[in-house]
Structure formats: C-alpha cells, structure tokens
Design a protein around this ligand. Structure first.
Ligand SMILES: Cc1ncc(COP(=O)(O)O)c(C=O)c1O
Length: 422
C-alpha cells in the first residue's frame, strides 16, 4: 500500500480510532498487475469472506472480477454490490437448505457442491422451481501438495468430496434431472507461500478435468483452479513468486484450451492476495504501564476488530508487521525499547505485539498494523466485550471516505429479545 505516515496521522485527527484505512488505488494497481500477468482465459473471483465491505467489493465488481460467496449473507451482499447472478459462485461445506434455495432462486452461475447429500438437496429445490441448476463438484484430491500453511485439501477435511468417490458422484449426477454438472473445483489451502505447491495443485486440477473426460465422457465447462495465494506476514516469510505461478499456469491452461477445453472457463479465487496488503488497522495508545519489569502499551483496538493480527489461538506467536507514529512531545524519550502492545480486552490473547521493539510510546501516539486488508474485521469476534465495531475508510484518488460507520453501544443489544418479551 502507498499510505504515508502523515496521511495516517491526518486520518487519526479526522476520524476516531481505531479504524481500518484502505488504499483503493493500490488495490486497483495490484489487481490489474496480477490480471495482466494471467492468461485472459483465466477469470478471477474475489473471495468475499476475506473482506465483506460493500464498497471494496464494489470496486472489484467494477473491474470485472467475479465473486465467490460462502453464505446467504455474502450472496445478498454480492447482489447488493451489483454483481449479476452469472458472476457468482457459492461454496462452503455447510450450506443450509434455505441458503441453497436462495441461490437456486437467484440463478447464480454455479453452486460448488461439497457432498453427495447437497446434490440431492439442490435437485429437490431445482425441481420445485422447475429449472436447471449449474453445479461444480469440489474435489478433495487423492494427494497433498507441498508444505502449505493451512491445508484444506489432500488431507482428511470437511471440504469437498474425496477424489476416490468420483464414481459415486457421477453415478448420482447421472440420475438427477435438474442438477447440471458444469465442472470441478479444487482448493487446497489458504496463505500458501509455496509457488511450486500452487502450480502443482493447479496442474493437478487441469489434469483431473482430463481424467473426468476419459472416465465419464464429460468435458468440464468450468475448471476452478482454486488459489490460496499467500502474503508474507512474519519476518521469516518471503513473498510468493507470482510470475512463476502465472507463467506455469498460463501454459497449462493454454495447452488445455488447445485440446479438450477450448470452451472451458478457468477460474482462480483470491481474497487474501488481492486485499491484504492494501490496508492498515490504526490504533491509538491509551496507556503506558509496567508489569514486573516489562513495558505494556495499551491501545484502543485489538482482537475484537483484527483477531488475525493478535495471538488468539495461535501456536506460533509471531508479530504481524506493525509500525508506530509518535505524535506526542518530540522531546520525550524515544529510545527503542521492547514492549508488549495489548488491546482493551480481558484476555492475554488480545496482544498485537509481544517483545517488539518500538520507540517509547505515550498516550495519543499511534500503532498501526500492516497487511490488514484481508481477514481483518470479517474474521473477528466483534461482540466480545461490546466495544463498537471500527470505522472503515477508503482512499480513492487522494480522497478519504468513510465506507463503514463506527458501530455503537446499541449494536450489542440489537436482535436480543426485549426483557419484557420473556
Ligand atoms: C473455497 C475457498 N476459496 C477461496 C478462499 C480464499 O482464500 P484466500 O483468501 O487465501 O485467497 C478460501 C479461504 O478459505 C476458500 O475456502
């Protein structure tokens, strides 16, 4: 992102901390750079789970990206943002019948089916509506691909249908009247920084399409290659070699299109890679204190807004990349010191930085977390302790606009039964 410290400081004067600050111009350059490296036959789908801010999602809609949703709520948001039904795919292992009914009613491009029972539910709903429904099957491959951070395929998982069960899947599909098989989806893991394993998984998916033709005589109209492109958060991590991935995958796709898959739509899904580096989460120092010889800096934001950046449930307790801006008297001591940066919640897991070196910080100074554009607010336990949800601010062409208002104390009460009701 290209946000400057003076810009972040100015925003902290204009808007109440804590807040997310997004650089929409960076998002656009970053997406268009990736788009330019990738064969035009490959379509990008934004994974809404990474960030469900309407205005951000809308930017991607304007740039022609499709969208991958994983709940009825996300589907409603995607439609609200202006995505037409033919640009929406719906995945997830636990879709309720009511959610499938919504998707079938809207006639979205494709439902990604993750179990044989789900196929039957869709058939029932499609029959009621008397319409054909496109589905793709998410396949959990027989093999695993490299050492990825968070594996979601190639190992026993709740996602997709095991490759070894393909005969049963096609047997079931062959007996259904309204379900229309259009293709396959393989997604093997998120936050993958291993280019070779992504390449291997995508090649495997293209080859699986060919295998399906050989075995069942069906040419996939859709081959969803997955993604899982990671970004470096911790000091030991290196950026993904995107040039290597796109070169290899472009070549597999071009080869596939020259033979069996000339009419096939190829898809890559991405949330983290498209968004993470485009935002910071900005907090203000409330207190400076000491405990048993250690310095604690207490800030006004933390786990309830940005769980991923804190130590919540993490076995590896590394710090997210973060910086500070000293706004207090310049003549106060500024020697670097090791500190713990903690949020306002009543749990030791609400810790943004542990043993991190910072210049001396005082109330009113700022601490901001980089790489905060993906799995920030959408991945956080916002009700814990009842603090308001943070504002979100978007920079576009030099202007900063509020794109999500700060929450309020009433949010905690909303939807709870009134005391007089029970
Ligand atoms: C099926 C599927 N697609 C896409 C994504 C988005 O992954 P990422 O944000 O790593 O690109 C996920 C994340 O868990 C997923 O489960």
């Amino acid at each position: 992102m290209n946000l400057t410290e003076s810009e972040i400081a100015a925003c902290s004067n204009d808007f109440e901390t804590p807040f997310y600050l997004y650089d929409g111009d960076f998002m656009e350059q970053h997406y268009k750079w990736l788009r330019a490296l990738t064969d035009p036959a490959i379509h990008f789908y934004l994974s809404l789970k990474a960030n469900n801010n309407l205005h951000i999602v809308k930017l991607f809609q304007q740039w022609g990206v499709g969208i991958e949703v994983a709940s009825a709520g996300e589907l409603a948001l995607a439609l609200h943002a202006g995505f037409t039904a033919d640009k929406i795919i719906f995945s997830g292992p636990g879709k309720k019948k009511s959610e499938l009914e919504f998707a079938v009613g809207k006639g979205i491009y494709c439902i990604i089916v993750e179990s044989i029972d789900e196929l039957h539910y869709i058939e029932e709903l499609a029959q009621l509506e008397n319409k054909d429904v496109n589905i793709a099957v998410r396949i959990n491959p027989d093999q695993s691909f490299g050492n990825t951070a968070i594996k979601m395929g190639g190992v026993p998982r709740q996602f997709g249908i095991d490759e070894s069960m393909l005969d049963s899947v096609f047997d079931a599909i062959g007996r259904l009247r309204y379900v229309k098989f259009i293709g396959i989806h393989v997604y093997t893991g998120t936050q993958n920084l291993n280019a070779d394993s992504i390449i291997e998984s995508m090649k495997y998916t293209v080859d699986l399409g060919a295998k399906i033709f050989e075995r069942y005589g069906i040419v996939c109209e859709l081959i969803n290659l997955g993604g899982g492109f990671g970004v470096p958060y911790f000091a030991h991590e290196k950026p993904l070699d995107i040039g290597k991935i796109t070169a290899a995958v472009n070549s597999y796709v071009q080869h596939a299109r020259a033979s069996l898959f000339g009419q096939t739509t190829f898809v890559i899904e991405s949330g983290r890679f498209l968004l993470a580096q485009a935002a910071v989460y900005v907090t203000k120092v409330l207190y400076r204190k000491y405990s048993k010889g250690e310095v604690f800096i207490i800030v006004d934001g933390g786990m309830h807004h940005h769980a991923a950046s804190t130590f919540r449930g993490r076995s590896i307790r590394s710090n997210y990349p973060m910086k500070c801006i000293r706004l207090q008297e310049a003549d106060w001591p500024s020697e670097p010191e090791k500190v713990t940066i903690a949020g306002p919640l009543c749990t030791p897991e609400d810790c943004i930085g542990k043993d991190i070196e910072m210049p001396s910080l005082y109330p009113g100074d700022l601490v901001y977390v980089l790489n905060s554009g993906a799995y920030g607010l959408s991945f956080s336990p916002v009700h814990f302790l009842g603090h308001p949800t943070p504002m979100e601010i978007l920079k576009r062409e030099g202007t900063h606009r509020v794109i999500r208002h700060r929450g309020s104390a009433e949010d905690l009460i909303r939807n709870q039964a009134a005391l007089c009701e029970i």
